[in-house]
Design a protein around this ligand. Structure first.
Ligand code: DQA
Length: 148
């Protein structure tokens, strides 16, 4: 099945940006690791990073046309602000897992609310680059047994 990984604003700077919070791993490292694991499990992984809300929304819409079965999304700060991103995910009705590198609940109060979380299959945060890996494992499991 097709799995789409979406990275929102500023995640292109992973590895450089506030490494004490987000770690040293780059986005390329993370995407390569995810793609290899997805392939091993018999899936096809696509990824997209954008600093622009409308591009992320466009890619979500495209997921409906290209039969994307599951989305992993780290929307960055748009998590806490974007009703439009929420509506896009609701519109395509593709199951998604919300991902954050940092434990957003251990940080500023404005990061505690997510516009996406209540629509998500689940949320994984606080494990650095491993948050994506754990989310992918959950996605693979879910694609095997959608009802459980
Ligand atoms: C983040 C957490 C967000 O609050 C922040 O704005 C980010 C990254 C994370 O992965 O920990 O850009 O989504």
């Amino acid at each position: 099945a097709k799995i789409l990984v979406l990275h929102g604003p500023n995640l292109n700077l992973l590895g450089v940006r506030e490494p004490q919070i987000y770690g040293r791993e780059t986005l390329v490292d993370i995407n390569q690791r995810l793609a290899a694991r997805a392939l091993e499990a018999g899936h096809e992984l696509a990824w997209c990073q954008s600093n622009a809300e409308h591009e992320l929304i466009g890619r979500i819409h495209q997921g409906r046309d290209d039969q994307t079965a599951m989305i992993l999304i780290n929307a960055g700060a748009l998590t806490h602000t974007s009703i439009a991103l929420r509506d896009a995910l609701a519109s395509v009705a593709i199951p998604f897992i919300e991902v954050h590198l940092s434990n957003v609940f251990a940080r500023e109060a404005f990061r505690h609310h997510s516009y996406l979380a209540d629509l998500a299959v689940g949320v994984i945060c606080g494990f650095g680059g491993d948050s994506y890996r754990l989310a992918l494992e959950a996605a693979i499991q879910r694609l095997r047994a959608p009802a459980s």
